[in-house]
Design a protein around this ligand. Structure first.
Ligand code: ATP
Ligand code: MG
Length: 427
């Protein structure tokens, strides 16, 4: 036999056993954003490498070591998108969606990062995100957080996620704080790891975000950005916190939360869970007022977040019985004997016309009655239709309930759809 070819490491197939759960998750997400008046945007999966370098930042993990970058046949440097925000701003600028306007957008799709694959961390993964433009007050920060909170309610997992928020202040306030922080870190340089020492020179705020517990211990009493805020950012943050409380959204202020992408300012937030081990952040976002201008547009305030769909699906299958229903048919149509075949197909097609929301599968491949019923059972169908030459002659249909104690009945072709609906609606 020829050697088999395997998928690329860290890139997953979504197999039928779980694709139903993905579809349900996606449909709930779509429904929630529509409920807030957000519109979908779809952008290409490949962009110019410069787009991500200029937006995410040259000295971030993503740009330094995680991007899938290659030269195309013209010698242009292209990159598989590692996230959605940069593309969204690029498209918004390119098509005039952002200039003096308000926009509320959402997207969903695959992202690519060359990370070490592990549970909840993959090289191709999927994000669902929202991006809003043109609104500078905390009312929109509140809205995107309320919207994300509604996801957890819709999935019944609100008790398993917590909201962490922080503010990064204005660019000027952050620059001033940066000097204070660098001084503090330099005094403890012997306790920092290699990554943090490099960051100290290039992007010192990211040291706060270090995942190394030794580094975290060494910087436990680092000066806090919250104490160095400009007045406007402070008011913005306080208003947001007060409104969250009013709306009954519990949160924790985490002064260490800085996010791994350079474009954030003011509000940043993450929804975290302790039910997924190390990969505990399922949704993360914040304000990025400078990015539109930085990518060539007119200065435009912006807030958004992105959620990792794999982590959400993992959380749902860990915590709830979502994904337990693995049936893929409601009605299974069997046929005995060659002459009943075309009648059976006619019955199946008729029923699909009448009941477009019902899953009706036609047995193919012949075999005896026992074999056909065995197949029916595998699909999880609740009803089998039995069609032989007698039924064909009399234009009737045998209806056999497969799960519960209901009786088998024979009904006319005309009354079939009513009978099926009635039997399927009985618990
Ligand atoms: P992390 O700290 O987990 O590396 P991040 O800060 O890199 O996350 P963002 O770039 O803000 O994450 O992406 C938003 C969300 O996308 C994350 O909270 C997570 O749910 C998901 N995500 C990010 N990277 C991956 C990945 N490699 N595999 C699966 N999901 C991911
Ligand atoms: Mg990351």
């Amino acid at each position: 036999m020829a050697k088999t070819i395997q998928a690329i490491r860290g890139m997953n197939d979504c197999l039928p056993e779980i694709s139903g759960t993905w579809q349900k998750v996606e449909s709930v997400l779509r429904q929630v954003v529509a409920n807030y008046g957000y519109q979908e945007i779809r952008t290409p999966i490949v962009e110019s490498t410069d787009l991500f370098k200029r937006s995410i930042g040259e000295v971030t993990d993503i740009v330094e070591k995680e991007m899938y970058t290659f030269d195309d046949r013209n010698g242009d440097s292209l990159t598989l998108r590692p996230e959605g925000t940069a593309s969204c701003v690029r498209a918004g600028n390119e098509h005039g969606l952002l200039y003096n306007q308000q926009q509320r957008l959402w997207y969903m799709g695959p992202m690519f990062r060359h990370e070490r694959p592990q549970k909840g961390r993959y090289r191709q993964f999927h994000q669902f995100g929202v991006e809003t433009y043109g609104i500078d007050g905390p009312d929109i920060d509140l809205e995107v957080i309320l919207l994300s909170a509604r996801f957890w309610k819709a999935f019944g997992i609100e008790k398993h996620v917590t909201l962490q928020i922080n503010t990064l202040g204005s660019n000027e306030a952050r620059a001033a704080y940066r000097d204070t922080l660098v001084e503090f870190l330099k005094a403890r340089a012997d306790k920092l790891d290699e990554d943090s020492l490099r960051r100290l020179e290039t992007n010192p705020l990211r040291v706060l975000d270090s995942k190394n517990p030794d580094v975290q211990a060494a910087i436990a009493d680092a000066p806090s950005l919250i104490d160095h805020l400009d007045e406007e950012s402070k008011t913005h943050f306080e208003t947001l916190c007060a409104r969250l409380t009013e709306m009954g959204i519990a949160y924790e202020v985490n002064p260490r939360l800085v996010r791994g992408l350079d474009y954030y300012n003011r509000t940043v937030f993450e929804w975290v869970t302790d039910s997924l081990g190390a990969q505990g952040t399922i949704c993360a976002g914040g304000r990025y007022d400078g990015l539109v201008e930085q990518l060539g547009g007119k200065a435009t305030p912006a807030v958004g977040f992105a959620m990792g769909i794999e982590r959400l699906v993992l959380l749902l299958t860990t915590l709830t019985d979502e994904g337990q229903d693995d049936s893929f048919a409601d009605v299974y149509v069997t046929a005995m004997g060659d002459d009943a075949q075309s009648y059976a197909v006619e019955v199946a097609e008729h029923l699909r016309n009448q009941l477009p929301d019902t899953r009706i599968m036609m047995h193919c491949g012949g075999g005896n009655f026992k074999k056909q019923l065995k197949r029916a059972d595998k699909t999880g169908a609740r009803l089998a239709l039995l069609l032989g030459s007698d039924e064909m002659q009399s234009r009737k249909v045998g209806v056999k309930p497969l799960r519960d104690g209901q009786e088998q009945v024979t009904v006319s072709f005309e009354s079939l759809s009513n009978t099926v609906l009635k039997l399927l609606s009985e618990k």
